[in-house]
Design a protein around this ligand. Structure first.
Ligand code: AMP
Length: 295
């Protein structure tokens, strides 16, 4: 597994792989890896990528003032061991100074889908995400890039940017990997101790309540969202940021009777801000953002 520490090294590696005729898969991460991240590496391989590069970069541009940039968990040694074990060909680990040298002044802004949800709660967050992913695309020049549905709005933002800027990269969405008790895996789960860890289950429990109502025939958007919201609001250690029902593809707000809906939740539990979502749709139909689409 090759370690690449600068954009130039990343570009050289990518050029070499392209010269060999290999398909390149990119898996962007902020490190402190878990099974959810490794599932993305497998998706890249399943999409026919002989060369898979994972990036590890805690991107300061996507953290707001007072957010957890300084204390975001890091463990480079363990991450590299996991990626090697998971069959990754290379790891791109640029420093902050490589990505944002003095005088840096260029940002990518996706408008529509960046608004609302986490975009409202975290001003500037998706501008930082779009900027760093654009830079990763230009350095790694992947054929396929894989993102988790865990960050559902982020996936929609990346799809829009890739399409609008003609990157010519296939974006693959990967399903959410969960702990045994339903909690969506996240590097930020490391912040959860004791009762907070137990309380964090309220998000996935809320989504399951909504799913049960949907399976029982309920199709009213507000009622489905209310079923999810209720579980989070009933948990004293959780403070709800938002509970919303959106169109699975466009992320437009929904109301009234729906055929398919993505319910998105965000809540603070102890020191951690957690997000989760689930797409409810009639059996046999797939409206979520999973799978690969050329953008
Ligand atoms: P992060 O390191 O949190 O920035 O996440 C890097 C990538 O892994 C993003 O595309 C996330 O959506 C994805 N990811 C994070 N957690 C999960 C999970 N539990 N299941 C699937 N993908 C995930």
């Amino acid at each position: 597994m090759e370690l690449l520490r600068s954009p130039a090294a990343m570009r050289d590696w990518s050029d070499g792989r392209r010269m060999l005729g290999e398909r390149i898969g990119l898996v962007p991460t902020m490190g402190y890896l878990h099974a959810g991240h490794l599932s993305l590496v497998r998706v890249a391989r399943d999409r026919g990528c002989a060369a898979v590069v994972a990036s590890i970069f805690v991107n300061p541009a996507q953290f707001g003032p007072g957010e957890d940039f300084g204390k975001y968990p890091r463990d480079e040694e363990r991450d590299l061991a996991m990626l090697a074990e998971g069959g990754t060909s290379a790891v791109y680990m640029p420093g902050v100074g490589d990505m944002y040298p003095d005088g840096y002044q260029t940002y990518v802004e996706v408008t529509g889908v960046s608004q609302g949800l986490c975009g409202a709660a975290r001003p500037g967050h998706f501008r930082g995400v779009a900027t760093v992913v654009a830079k990763l695309f230009l350095a790694a020049r992947p054929h396929v890039a894989v993102f988790g549905e865990k960050d559902y709005q982020q996936l929609a933002v990346i799809r829009a940017m890739t399409r609008d800027l003609d990157f010519g990269v296939e974006i693959a969405g990967a399903p959410i990997v969960r702990e045994a008790d339903g909690l969506a895996m996240s590097s930020r789960n490391a912040y959860l101790q004791g009762d907070d860890r137990t309380a964090a289950r309220c998000l996935s429990r809320g989504l399951s309540r909504a799913e049960e109502r949907f399976a029982g025939g309920e199709r009213d958007a507000e009622t489905l969202v209310a079923a999810a919201r209720k579980e989070v609001e009933a948990e004293p250690r959780a403070s709800l940021d938002y509970a919303e029902g959106r169109d699975p593809r466009t992320l437009s707000p929904l109301s009234g009777r729906v055929g398919a809906i993505t319910i998105l939740l965000a809540a603070k539990v102890g020191p951690a801000r957690l997000i989760d979502n689930r797409t409810l749709e009639n059996a046999g139909k797939s409206h979520s953002q999973g799978g690969t689409r050329a953008c």
